[in-house]
Ligand binder design. Sequence first.
Ligand code: ATP
Ligand code: MG
Length: 367
Amino acid sequence: MDSVTKRYPDGTVAVDRLSLEIPDRSITVLVGPSGCGKTTTLRMINRMIEPSEGTILIDGKDSRQQPVNTLRRSMGYVIQNAGLFQHRTIVDNIATVPRLLGWKKDKARERARELMDRVGLDASLAKRYPYQLSGGQQQRVGVARALAADPPVLLMDEPFSAVDPVVRKGLQDELLRIQAELGKTIVFVTHDIDEAVKLGTMVAVLRTGGKLAQFAPPAELLSHPADEFVEDFLGADRGVRRLSFFPSTGLELTMAPVVKAGGGAERAATDAEFLLVTDADGRPLGWTRPRDLAADGQLLPYGRPFVAGTDSLRAALDCAVLSPTGWAVAVDTDGKVTGVVSQQTIAQAIRGAHDEGRTDADAKVTG
Ligand SMILES: Nc1ncnc2c1ncn2[C@@H]1O[C@H](COP(=O)(O)OP(=O)(O)OP(=O)(O)O)[C@@H](O)[C@H]1O
Ligand SMILES: [Mg+2]
């Protein structure tokens, strides 16, 4: 987008000289407060709205030089509440664009069923109508429908805003998986900064009046907000959120206070304040004080462990904060304890991460 402006007939400037280079085969998120011009920007990309000034180039070609139908077919569009055709079955909703493109009914339905699988919808839902599906399922249908003709670009306008946080997390994970598998270029609108940080390879923060406040990878946004507006928008816990971008790999774990149930009484002599008791396979059972170990007393809960290496420093910190002992439990992917780590050690690692934080922009860690 090269210096694109949209002025509505009543004089409202919805987008003001916006320049953005949207990378292909990744997710770019447009985020900002209500009315800042996100939807207008998205719709100018497929020319549902025509820019007043400026140029939008797609693969280097001026979008005005392409027939609008060709342009729109190369871009799937997904909106909040999915916008499904209520009188059509799920399979026929998804087959809409292939049918418009002249595919035979059977072939289009076959493709639709393939896509249902791809977006995590059970085949048994194919013959239902939209009102017979949950909100989250409808949203998946919306994504499948947008993917049906295999367009290189997906435009998504707050697609997951209407569903509850748990379903929403599932949809976000699914989108990340689909994007990794299919390599689509996705432009995703949201006003939820957490969603933006989770999904975006690049994030454009817009301010009211349709001006670009910052365009950066999420880690950079969190470490170096361009100005006070971006900082406010990122919220008070930006520092903690930023820890999601640092791996827990470097944390120094210790097995010293870890004992197996039944066989560990002799270890009670250790000077640790708490011992972590595991079962015979090494899976955590809970914490105890050394003197209570032999007494067969109640164990303190160990909270939610983190997966050492895979999970981020944020996940490790969360475990330590939730732990009644202040120690976080690290496990491998089988759930077996690989060590424990104190809040102090995590705090040290966090300080280290912040010091080297200037080159972290590309790293993205799950958890
Ligand atoms: N057809 C229109 N005529 C005049 N003004 C409009 C029109 N459509 C949108 N606007 C205005 O343009 C601005 C940007 O609107 P837009 O819908 O792009 O915002 P948005 O960022 O998507 O907001 P939201 O988060 O609430 O969806 C708003 O001030 C809106 O009132
Ligand atoms: Mg909008």
